[in-house]
Design a binder for this molecule. Structure first.
Ligand code: COA
Length: 259
């Protein structure tokens, strides 16, 4: 597929999506969001892809937010639609059955912080900066920042960051649980790939069920405890469960097939 605003590469089971508008600090305009969604769907459908990394082009930014130049003219009905569209795309990332890691290489602000939070994990470069500055614009986060920030760092600190619009550095993000790791910028993609390669040695269907179960905890109307029991049962029906348990008993390394 021919993308204008993102770059994609695929190697060693890892599909890397790079938001590529460095002149605009990789701000997400609607076209870029659409391409991001298409790329995630390509990665999901491609059997050779086992995991995804999302990052930003250039040394300065992961994503500096939704593209503010597209905000003009938004009103209540169109603003709601605008937010719902972003929510839907980020939800697809959150529920992706393959692991998705945000490699945060600079500013992750507004929709950029929200994108990083929709990923399953975040690896931050030492120059990363996280924040939800929407109140500076008379807005609130519209791509689920008020929800996922609370889930990741707790209500009190989330309210502080959301109300003050303060930016935090990578080490503070790590301390708060927003970033899983902080690494030097030149090791960012290597670290993200290393985590993915470790996950690739596990049973893919079990990994997909982990994603479903953890998200069930945060989904109203779904009892995550009950959901886990059923997901455990589904795993028991897989060839990979028989392989994994058999390999343990036979004292050999399991070879999973995703079946
Ligand atoms: N939307 C649209 N354009 C953006 C953008 C955004 N969210 N963030 C940065 N840009 C653009 C700037 O307008 C500028 O474009 P220009 O060169 O054509 O004028 C370019 O990216 C570089 O940004 P600049 O502000 O000059 O860089 P800086 O290093 O001085 O500041 C930031 C970096 C991130 C602090 C600053 O760009 C900023 O505050 N961005 C907005 C962040 C935000 O509010 N995000 C949430 C949106 S809901």
């Amino acid at each position: 597929m021919d993308f204008q605003n993102i770059l994609t590469t695929s190697a060693d089971g890892i599909f890397t999506i790079t938001i590529n508008r460095p002149d605009k600090l990789n701000a997400l305009n609607q076209a870029t969001l659409g391409e991001l969604q298409s790329a995630v769907n390509i990665a999901k459908a491609d059997a050779s892809v086992k995991g995804i990394i999302i990052t930003g082009a250039g040394p300065k930014a992961f994503v500096a937010g939704a593209d503010i130049s597209e905000f003009a003219g938004l009103d209540a009905p169109s603003g709601t639609i605008f937010a719902a569209a972003g929510h839907a795309i980020y939800k697809e990332i959150e529920l992706c059955p393959k692991p998705v890691i945000a490699a945060v290489n600079g500013f992750a602000l507004g929709g950029g912080c929200e994108l990083a939070m929709a990923c399953h994990m975040r690896v931050a470069a030492e120059n990363a900066k996280f924040g939800q500055p929407e109140v500076n614009l008379g807005l609130i986060p519209g791509y689920a920042g008020t929800q996922r920030l609370v889930q990741l760092i707790g209500k009190g600190k989330a309210l502080e960051l959301l109300m003050t619009a303060d930016m935090i550095d990578a080490h503070e993000a790590h301390r708060l649980g927003l970033a899983n790791y902080v690494v030097p910028a030149d090791q960012l993609l290597t670290k993200a790939a290393e985590i993915l390669q470790k996950i690739f040695t596990k049973a893919p269907l079990a990994i997909a069920e982990i994603v479903n179960c953890v998200n069930a905890y945060y989904t109203s109307g779904i009892d995550g405890f009950r959901y886990e029991q059923e997901a455990f049962g589904r795993c028991c029906d897989t060839a990979d469960f028989r392989e994994g348990a058999g390999a343990f008993l036979e004292k050999r390394k399991a070879v999973f097939t995703g079946k």
